[in-house]
Design a protein around this ligand. Structure first.
Ligand SMILES: Nc1ncnc2c1ncn2[C@@H]1O[C@H](COP(=O)(O)OP(=O)(O)OP(=O)(O)O)[C@@H](O)[C@H]1O
Length: 220
């Protein structure tokens, strides 16, 4: 069985943002932002430059403070934290240049609390066809290769809630297709995906949260 064929493994979850507001540098980025995403949902966070897409994902990832509103994740284990359920892939890839490609992946696996068996590492490398680059120092990778390495974490670390910031930037058509298949497989397993994007990620059945429309009260 490949990771694309894995059976549903995640519990039913509901991520809710209620009346969220966030300020950066003393300026309000958004206000009154509410949304809901359930297991199996792909929510594309759209809107013009500066509308707050990255800000929203960082807020949900716990990397920024909200100035108002509530975030909740229903369906968690009673002792769970939202951070235990999410995987954030920011637009800067978080690649460590001094480590080789395989070491980068192993590092992330350890960071998220699990030693990575060799077979799992190989499977994650294969998802974005990074096998032949496994021993290469990450700082010599091209922009698209770094992006593929950053995204390979998604195939390695088991978390139901993916927060993806511009995941398809720098990807060629073949790798954009791999990303789409990975996201589809995550959805089939009952995962939730929030992706900030200017691109059509090549996915069917998505929902949209348009931050550009928020100013006119249309986001929900
Ligand atoms: N560190 C910061 N300090 C102050 N303001 C910031 C900071 N980071 C972002 N901002 C501001 O917050 C607003 C939202 O930025 P954000 O990066 O969330 O937008 P975005 O919708 O993701 O944009 P893009 O489409 O260009 O990626 C912008 O006006 C930006 O200038």
């Amino acid at each position: 069985m490949t990771i694309f064929e894995a059976e549903r493994t995640y519990p039913p979850l509901v991520l809710k943002g209620d009346n969220l507001a966030c300020e950066r540098g003393g300026r309000l980025v958004f206000d009154g932002l509410s949304f809901e995403a359930r297991s199996g949902d792909i929510l594309l966070v759209t809107g013009p430059n500066g509308s707050g897409k990255s800000t929203l994902l960082r807020l949900l990832a716990g990397l920024l403070e909200k100035s108002a509103g509530e975030v909740s994740l229903g369906g968690m284990a009673p002792e769970g934290e939202v951070s235990d359920y999410l995987l954030y892939a920011g637009h800067l890839d978080a690649v460590k240049g001094g480590l080789c490609v395989a070491e980068n992946l192993a590092f992330w696996g350890a960071l998220y609390g699990s030693a990575v068996p060799g077979a799992a590492l190989d499977a994650a490398l294969a998802v974005f066809a990074l096998d032949h680059l496994a021993d290469l120092p990450a700082d010599v990778l091209s922009a698209g290769q770094k992006r593929r390495l950053g995204l390979a974490r998604l195939a390695l670390i088991e978390r139901p809630l993916w927060l993806l910031d511009e995941p398809s930037v720098s990807l060629d058509a073949e790798n954009a297709g791999r990303l789409a298949r990975l996201i589809e497989a995550h959805r089939a397993r009952g995962g939730i995906v929030l992706a900030a994007t200017h691109a059509d990620l090549g996915l069917g059945g998505v929902r949209r949260l348009d931050l550009g429309a928020l100013a006119s009260g249309a986001a929900a």
